[in-house]
Design a protein around this ligand. Structure first.
Ligand code: SF4
Length: 84
């Protein structure tokens, strides 16, 4: 698939931000029926680096909101607490 086709089919702009999934645009993104990413080996940089984003760890309010939203991050953070 060429980039132009990918952008037309999978990408939307919302509030000035380019997104491949939103509440109203492919809300399950590339998750398959088993909740696994079907493009895992070629997933976007944001997915490969999540949650190691400085803007997330440098903002306690944003971090708490993300922990509340993401079960995987919540589980990881609870694991940190048990190791401390
Ligand atoms: S890892 Fe990234 S590309 Fe894959 S389903 Fe999740 S958000 Fe979408």
């Amino acid at each position: 698939m060429d980039i132009a086709t990918f952008r037309r089919v999978f990408v939307v702009r919302e509030e000035g931000v380019t997104k491949i999934s939103t509440k109203n645009h492919r809300p399950r993104c590339f998750l398959n029926d088993q909740d696994h990413c079907s493009v895992y080996s070629v997933r976007p940089k944001q997915c490969r680096t999540y949650p190691d984003w400085p803007e997330l760890w440098e903002n306690p309010h944003l971090l708490q909101a993300e922990i509340a939203r993401c079960p995987g991050l919540r589980k990881a953070v609870e694991g940190f607490d048990q190791k401390l």
